[in-house]
Design a protein. Structure first.
Length: 301
């Protein structure tokens, strides 16, 4: 099959490469010429503009959007709506809010352009290991795109599937990322406890390797933790500042809207916020209050 990939960040570039190596014709476009040149080196064709990318495709055209969620995705899909025709397909493979995806489907449907939302997991490892694809859209449209999904997935019959109508793919990916927050936080806390038991002199890298075989907590996240600890057992070169992509927040909002308790995911998100508080005013206030009511000592900055 042939398609254009719009957005050649790390994941977009790796997806273009995997598809090109899998026998598909891929036209790649990004705002930076360097990214386009990298895609060309890896087997894709390059485009100098969005219009150029669309113009290089035969009808019906398939366009995979891999740009940041929010305004950038909105603007890109809006531009595509003015360039594409009846029967063309837009796939949003980024981390869009599922509500935006429902809206995008409706906007494109008014012009008889098909839309598919594809929650994509795999990060930088997807090129070699394949991607987990959670897909929302019409059954017949997803089926038409099967060769693309089979190439991107770990195997043709595993790691991908249509999970529901428009919006369902990104909703599923949102919850996936919320679960990921909780799992990552659990590993972070567990290794912190191991590190804190100074009298045992525990080797965290060794323990992570032991857990990789036979343990009930063995997982890909544990494998990645082991990789990190091999490179720097004390993680001294890493600043304790943790970002969030937005999907953890949306998962927490959804738990509130649906009256479904999600305390672990919520607290994991809050811990990310705590990591960014260099001032930590709340801790200062707690110390001040202990001093006020009990005369407890205060450590001066």
């Amino acid at each position: 099959m042939e398609l254009a990939i719009i957005g050649l960040g790390k994941m977009g570039l790796n997806m273009a490469t995997r598809l090109a190596h899998g026998g598909h014709r891929v036209v790649g476009y990004a705002r930076t010429a360097e990214s386009v040149q990298e895609a060309i080196k890896n087997g894709a064709e390059g485009a100098s503009s969005l219009e150029d990318a669309i113009g290089k495709l035969n009808a019906p055209r398939i366009v995979w959007v891999m740009v940041p969620s929010g305004k950038v995705t909105d603007d890109t899909i809006s531009q595509l709506a003015g360039m594409l025709n009846k029967g063309d397909i837009v796939i949003d493979g980024g981390n869009s809010n599922y509500k935006d995806s429902v809206r995008h489907a409706e906007e494109l449907a008014a012009k008889e352009i098909e839309f598919v939302d594809c929650g994509t997991s795999g990060g930088i490892w997807g090129l070699t290991e394949g991607y987990s694809l959670m897909i929302g859209g019409k059954v017949e449209v997803v089926e038409k795109l099967r060769p693309i999904f089979e190439t991107l997935a770990p195997t043709a019959d595993k790691g991908w599937g249509r999970v529901g109508p428009h919006g369902a793919g990104h909703y599923t990916k949102m919850i996936h990322n919320g679960i990921e927050y909780g799992m990552m936080q659990a590993f972070a806390e567990g290794f912190s406890l191991l590190k804190a038991k100074k009298e045992f002199g525990l080797d965290l890298a060794q323990i992570s390797e032991i857990w990789q075989h036979g343990s009930v907590v063995r997982s890909w996240l544990l494998d990645l933790a082991a990789n990190a600890l091999k490179e720097d057992a004390k993680l001294e070169d890493i600043k304790p500042w943790v970002a969030d992509s937005g999907e953890g927040r949306w998962t927490v909002f959804e738990s509130i809207d649906l009256d479904v308790p999600a305390p672990i995911i919520t607290l994991a998100l809050q811990m990310r916020f705590a990591s960014r508080d260099a001032e930590n005013f709340s801790a200062r206030m707690l110390s001040a209050l202990r001093n006020q009511f009990g005369g407890h000592a205060i450590k001066k900055a």
